[in-house]
Design a protein around this ligand. Structure first.
Ligand code: NOJ
Length: 561
C-alpha cells in the first residue's frame, strides 16, 4: 500500500489525568503513561494522541494553557515528557500532541499583560470590545454556559471567551500572535512530536464585526456559532500554518471541528489545498441531541445514524480523509450510549468496534473503550469535576428545573462519564492510584478491568486487537470503496467495502432483538468466509437470510465477484 502512514494507522487517545498515577497523588501522570506503553503497543496501536499536558491552572483540565512550552506540575517534568517520547518511538509508535490555540488560559503571561491597559503590546492578542448599552457586546453564550463575554474593570472592556472565562479567545487576526503560535509548534516538532490534534481549530477565525445571535424562546443568550465556526479567514490561517510549519515535517494533523459539514471537510482535508490531514466532525455525535442541544435528550434513530455516517464515508471517499470515532474525553462512553452496558455489554462493545473499525478512515480508540468501560452515575453533584457539568447544573437549578431531570441529562451526556480513572485491575482504586483519585473510580472496576481483559482471549480487548490486526492485513479495509446495504432496515447497520475482486460485508445488529438480514441480490461472490464476529460462527458460509443474535456483528470477506 503506497499510502501516507496516518492513513494506515490506528490512534489511541490518552487523557493523562485519568490514565495512570505513578506517584500516589491521585492524578495520572507521564511516568504512569510510560509504565503502560507496552499495554498500548500490544493492542496494535500506531499513534498515541496525548490530551494537553502543558502548564495549566486546570479550569478545564489542561485545555486552559498558561505556558505552551512547559509541562503541568502534576504530570511531571519536561524530562519525563522527553522520556515518554523516546519510549513511544522505541516501540515503533508515534506521539501527537494537543494544540489548544483558539484560546489560552487567563493566567498565560500574554493575557496577564493584555488586560493591564488598552495600549499594552499584548492587548491585541485577545479579543476586546466595549459594552453595548451597559451590557455585553453581543448576546452570545459561551459553550460552557452564561455569556461569552467577561467584563474587565481595569480597562472597562469585555473580552471574548467561547469556553470558560478563564479561557480567553486568542485573536488570530494579529499576525504576531500567529507567528508566536507557529514558532511554538516548530519548537515541539523539533523535539520530535509526530503531529497535532487541534482543539476547536475551526473557531479561530472570528468575524470582523460581531452580530447578535437569535435566542431560543425564553433564553437570554444565543448561539454565536454561525459567526465564529468556519469563519472568514479560517482557510487562510490553516494554509499559512501548513506552509510555515507543517509542510517541513512528516507529521499528521487532525482538526477538531464542531459544526463542520462534509463539503467544508473536503476543503480542509483535500491534499492539494495543504491545510489538514483530517478533521473530527460531530454530526453523528449530535443525532441524540434534541433542539436545545446536548443536554436535551433524544433517542438515537438508527436509520439517521446510518445515513449520516454513510454521507461522510461517501463525501471523503476520493477527496480528503475521515477520522473514525465514537468516544473521546468529551463524549459519554459509547457502550452505554449506543450499546447496552448491562447484559450485552461485551457483545455490544464488540459490535460498535466492528462497525467503526471496518470503515474507511483513521480509527481512534479512547482509553478504556478497548475494555468496554461504561458511563458513571454519581449521586451527588459534588462528585463531578467537569466545569461544563457544574455550570449546566447551576444554570438549570436557577431556572427551577428538577434535580431528577438535571441529573438524568448529566448521567447520559456529562463529560465525566469518560473521565473516571482507567480501570487497570481489581485492586484498590482499580490500580489507577495508591492515593485518592481526583475523580471517583467507577465501582464496576472489579468486573471491568484491563488485567481481566488481557487474560481472557474472548475479551473486548482481544477483539479490538483482532480488528486492528485485520486493518493491517487487508488493504480493502484501508482503501476499499464504501456502500451502505439495506439502508432502511431499522435495526441492522450493514455496509460493504469493495476493492479489486473482493468485497467486505459488515453486518451489525444494533439492538437486543433478533432481526433477519437478507443478502441483497446485487452482492455476488464465489467464496465467503467470516473474518471476525462477536459470536462463535458454526459455519462460515453466507446464506440468503441470516437470523442475527442480540448485538451480533459479522464481517465476511467475499471473493471473486
Ligand atoms: C474541546 C476539547 O476537547 C474540550 O475538552 C475542551 O473543553 C474545549 N475544546 C475547550 O478547549
Amino acid at each position: 500500500m503506497n499510502l501516507a502512514w496516518w492513513k494506515q494507522s490506528v490512534v489511541y487517545q490518552i487523557y493523562p489525568r485519568s490514565f495512570m498515577d505513578s506517584n500516589g497523588d491521585g492524578i495520572g501522570d507521564l511516568q504512569g503513561i510510560i509504565s503502560k506503553l507496552d499495554y498500548i503497543k500490544n493492542l496494535g496501536i500506531d499513534v498515541i494522541w496525548l490530551s494537553p499536558v502543558y502548564k495549566s491552572p486546570n479550569d478545564d483540565n489542561g485545555y486552559d494553557i498558561s505556558d505552551y512550552q512547559d509541562i503541568m506540575d502534576e504530570f511531571g517534568t519536561m524530562k519525563d515528557w522527553e522520556e515518554l517520547l523516546a519510549n513511544v518511538h522505541e516501540r515503533g509508535m508515534k506521539l501527537i500532541m494537543d494544540l489548544v490555540v483558539n484560546h489560552s488560559s487567563d493566567e498565560h503571561p500574554w493575557f496577564v499583560e493584555a488586560r493591564k491597559s488598552k495600549d499594552n503590546p499584548y492587548r491585541d492578542y485577545y479579543i476586546w470590545r466595549p459594552g453595548k448599552d451597559g451590557r455585553e457586546p453581543t448576546n452570545w453564550y459561551s459553550n460552557f454556559g452564561g455569556s461569552a463575554w467577561e467584563y474587565d474593570e481595569t480597562t472597562d472592556e469585555y473580552y471574548l471567551h467561547l469556553f470558560s472565562k478563564k479561557q480567553p479567545d486568542l485573536n488570530w487576526r494579529n499576525a504576531k500572535l500567529r507567528e508566536e503560535v507557529y514558532n511554538m509548534m516548530k519548537w515541539w516538532l523539533d523535539k520530535g512530536v509526530d503531529g497535532f490534534r487541534m482543539d476547536v481549530i475551526n473557531f479561530i477565525s472570528k468575524p470582523e464585526i460581531f452580530p447578535e445571535g437569535d435566542p431560543k424562546p425564553g433564553k437570554k443568550y444565543a448561539s454565536g456559532s454561525k459567526f465564529y465556526r468556519n469563519g472568514p479567514h479560517i482557510h487562510d490561517y490553516l494554509h499559512e500554518m501548513n506552509q510555515q510549519v507543517l509542510s517541513a515535517y512528516d507529521v499528521m494533523t487532525v482538526g477538531e471541528m464542531p459544526g463542520v459539514t462534509p463539503e467544508l471537510a473536503r476543503l480542509y482535508t483535500e491534499e492539494s489545498r495543504k491545510e489538514l490531514n483530517m478533521v473530527f466532525q460531530f454530526e453523528h455525535m449530535g443525532l441524540d441531541n434534541g433542539p436545545y442541544g446536548k443536554w436535551d435528550l433524544k433517542p438515537l434513530n438508527l436509520v439517521e445514524f446510518k445515513q449520516n455516517l454513510t454521507k461522510w464515508q461517501k463525501a471523503l471517499e476520493e477527496i480528503g480523509w475521515n477520522s473514525l470515532y465514537f468516544n473521546n474525553h468529551d463524549q459519554p462512553r459509547s457502550v452505554s450510549r449506543f450499546g447496552n452496558d448491562k447484559e450485552y455489554r461485551v457483545e455490544s462493545a464488540k459490535m460498535l468496534a466492528t462497525l467503526l473499525h471496518m470503515m474507511k478512515g483513521t480509527p481512534y480508540v479512547y482509553q478504556g473503550e478497548e475494555i468496554g468501560m461504561t458511563n458513571i452515575q454519581f449521586e451527588s453533584i459534588d462528585d463531578y469535576r467537569d466545569i461544563e457539568i457544574h455550570n449546566f447544573y447551576h444554570e438549570q437549578k436557577e431556572e427551577g428545573i428538577s434535580q431528577e431531570k438535571i441529573m438524568k441529562s448529566i448521567y447520559v451526556k456529562g463529560r465525566d462519564n469518560s473521565r473516571t480513572p482507567m480501570q487497570w485491575n481489581s485492586t484498590n482504586n482499580a490500580g489507577f492510584s495508591t492515593g485518592t483519585p481526583w475523580i471517583k473510580v467507577n465501582p464496576n472496576y472489579t468486573e471491568i478491568n484491563a488485567e481481566k481483559e488481557v487474560s481472557n482471549p474472548d475479551s473486548i480487548y482481544h477483539y479490538y486487537r483482532a480488528l486492528i490486526q485485520l486493518r493491517k492485513n487487508h488493504e480493502i479495509i484501508v482503501n476499499g470503496g464504501y456502500d451502505l446495504v439495506d439502508e432502511d432496515h431499522p435495526e441492522i447497520f450493514s455496509y460493504k467495502r469493495t476493492l479489486h475482486n473482493q468485497t467486505l460485508l459488515v453486518i451489525c445488529n444494533f439492538y437486543a432483538n433478533e432481526p433477519v438480514f437478507t443478502l441483497p441480490a446485487t452482492i455476488l461472490y464465489k467464496s465467503a468466509h467470516v473474518l471476525i464476529s462477536n459470536y462463535q460462527q458454526s459455519d462460515g458460509s453466507l446464506g440468503e437470510q441470516l437470523k442475527l443474535k442480540p448485538y451480533e456483528a459479522r464481517v465476511y470477506l467475499l471473493t471473486g465477484a
